[in-house]
Design a protein around this ligand. Structure first.
Ligand SMILES: Cc1cc2nc3c(=O)[nH]c(=O)nc-3n(C[C@H](O)[C@H](O)[C@H](O)COP(=O)(O)OP(=O)(O)OC[C@H]3O[C@@H](n4cnc5c(N)ncnc54)[C@H](O)[C@@H]3O)c2cc1C
Length: 378
C-alpha cells in the first residue's frame, strides 16, 4: 500500500518523544525535510534528572544533558504551535507563521498541574524550574511539598538532603497509589527517619496568606513555609489542538500504532494510547511510543506497540524499579528479601493475570526484572 509521499515531516514538541521520533524517522530511512517546533529554548534533555541529580546541591549539574542530536532536523526552539488544520496539513505558530507538513508528529507533552495562580506556588516540570528550585534550596528554607506521588517524594528527598525542614502533604499514604501499601511503607518510613513530616489529609488547597502561599487541609489546618512546591499531577498540552477536530472529550487519543488521523501520529505524555486510551506519562513509554508512532507514519504495515511499562524512582536513599501495570494491590509475593525491609524483589499478580514486579535497592538488570513478570519464570 502506498501513502502520500512524505517530503516534509513536522514534529511538535522537542522533548524525549520528539527527539526519539526524529531519530527513528532517520533510522527508518526518511531523508526528507524534518522540522521540530519546541516551546522550550533548550535542546531535549532528561526530565527525570531534574528531580534527582539536579536537586542535589552536590549533584552533577550536567546530569540532564543528552547526547547531541544527529537527526539533522531544523529545530525551531522557543516557539509554540497554536493551531492545527488537518485538511490543509498546516500548523500555525504563535508568531503568525504557518508550517505545511506531509506528516505530523504530535509530541507536545504535558505541564505541571497547579492548585492556584499564586506565584509562590512552585512546580517542577522544566529545566528552568529545576535551576530555580535548586537555588532556593541552597538557602535551606522551610519547605512544604504538596503531593505524595513519585515527584513529590523525590522533591522532598532532595530538599531534606539539602538540609531543609520538610513537610510533605498528601491525600493518601505517599507512593501507595503508585506502588501499593507495602512499598509505600518502606519509603515513608525512610522519609520519616530522615526527618520529613508527613501529613495525610482528605484534601488540600493552596490559599494566599499575604505574600506567601499556604496549604489548607480539609481539617482546617494551614501550613506555611518559605518554599511551597506542588507536585499534584500533570496536564497534557492539547490546547493548540482545540479546533483541529482531533480531540475526543478534550483528550488526544492514538491507536496502538500512535495514529491519530491520516498523516498524523502522536506519542508521549500528550496522548492516550491504544484501546483503553490510557495516558502513561513515563520516560520509557514516551520513547517506545515515539519509535512506534514514527514507524507507523512511514509504514502502513508497521507493527503495533507491545510494551510493558517500566519506571524508576530514587528517593530517601532507595532506588526503586517497577515493571508491569501499576498500581499494585494487596500483599506481594516476596521473591528476595523479607518483611518490609530493603533490598527486596516483590511480585504482584494482577486481576487480569498480568504480573508486576518491583525491586527496591536490588541490583537486578531490567531485562531480568521484565522476565520475572512471565509465568515461565516460576
Ligand atoms: C521532574 C520530573 C521527573 C520525572 N522522573 C521520571 C522518572 O524517574 N521516571 C519516569 O519514567 N518518568 C519520569 N518523569 C516523566 C518523564 O519525564 C516524561 O514522561 C517524559 O519526559 C515525557 O516526554 P514527552 O516528550 O512526551 O513530553 P515532554 O518532556 O513534556 O516534552 C514536550 C515538549 O513539548 C513542548 N511543547 C508543549 N506544547 C507545545 C506547543 N504547543 N508547541 C511546541 N512545543 C510544545 C514542551 O515545552 C516540551 O518541551 C519525570 C517527569 C518530571 C517532570
Amino acid at each position: 500500500m502506498t501513502v502520500r509521499a512524505l517530503e516534509r515531516i513536522v514534529v511538535v514538541g522537542g522533548g524525549i518523544a520528539g527527539l526519539t521520533a526524529c531519530d527513528t524517522l532517520r533510522e527508518r530511512g526518511f531523508d526528507g525535510e524534518l522540522i521540530v517546533v519546541g516551546s522550550e529554548p533548550h535542546a531535549a534533555y532528561s526530565r527525570p534528572a531534574l528531580s534527582k541529580a539536579l536537586l542535589k546541591l552536590d549533584g552533577d549539574l550536567a546530569a540532564h544533558e543528552l547526547a547531541p542530536a544527529t537527526h539533522g532536523a531544523r529545530e525551531i526552539r522557543g516557539a509554540s504551535a497554536v493551531g492545527l488544520d488537518v485538511e490543509r496539513r498546516t500548523i500555525s505558530l504563535e508568531d503568525g507563521d504557518e508550517l505545511a507538513y506531509d506528516g505530523l508528529i504530535i509530541a507536545s507533552g504535558s505541564r505541571a498541574k497547579r492548585l492556584s495562580d499564586h506565584p509562590g506556588e512552585l512546580t517542577l516540570r522544566g529545566l528552568d524550574d529545576a535551576h530555580a528550585l535548586r537555588n532556593r534550596l541552597a538557602d535551606r528554607p522551610d519547605v512544604v511539598v504538596l503531593g505524595g506521588g513519585v515527584l513529590g517524594m523525590e522533591i522532598a528527598s532532595g530538599a531534606v538532603a539539602a538540609g531543609c525542614r520538610v513537610t510533605l502533604i498528601a491525600t493518601s499514604e505517599p507512593m501507595s497509589r503508585q506502588l501499593g501499601a507495602h512499598v509505600s511503607g518502606i519509603l515513608t518510613r525512610s522519609a520519616r527517619e530522615r526527618g520529613v513530616r508527613i501529613v495525610v489529609t482528605a484534601s488540600a488547597s493552596v490559599d494566599a496568606d499575604g505574600e506567601r502561599p499556604v496549604v489548607r487541609t480539609s481539617d482546617g489546618s494551614t501550613y506555611g513555609s518559605d518554599v511551597l512546591v506542588s507536585a499534584v499531577g500533570d496536564v497534557p498540552n492539547t490546547e493548540w489542538l482545540r479546533v483541529s477536530g482531533l480531540l475526543t472529550g478534550g483528550r488526544l487519543l492514538a491507536d496502538g500504532h500512535g495514529r491519530v488521523a491520516p498523516g498524523v501520529v502522536a506519542a508521549g505524555d500528550v496522548t492516550g494510547w491504544g484501546p483503553g486510551g490510557v495516558r502513561t506519562p513515563l520516560w520509557t513509554s514516551a520513547i517506545e511510543q515515539a519509535k512506534a508512532a514514527a514507524s507507523a507514519l512511514l509504514d502502513p504495515e508497521a507493527r503495533a506497540l507491545r510494551f510493558q511499562n517500566y519506571f524508576w524512582t530514587e528517593q530517601f536513599g532507595h532506588s526503586v524499579k517497577a515493571v508491569g501495570p501499576l498500581p499494585v494491590h494487596g500483599s506481594p509475593e516476596v521473591l528476595v528479601g523479607g518483611g518490609d525491609a530493603a533490598p527486596a524483589l516483590l511480585r504482584w499478580q494482577g486481576a487480569d493475570g498480568i504480573r508486576s514486579v518491583i525491586s527496591i535497592d536490588h541490583r537486578i538488570p531490567i531485562p531480568r526484572l521484565r522476565r520475572l513478570t512471565d509465568a515461565a519464570s516460576d
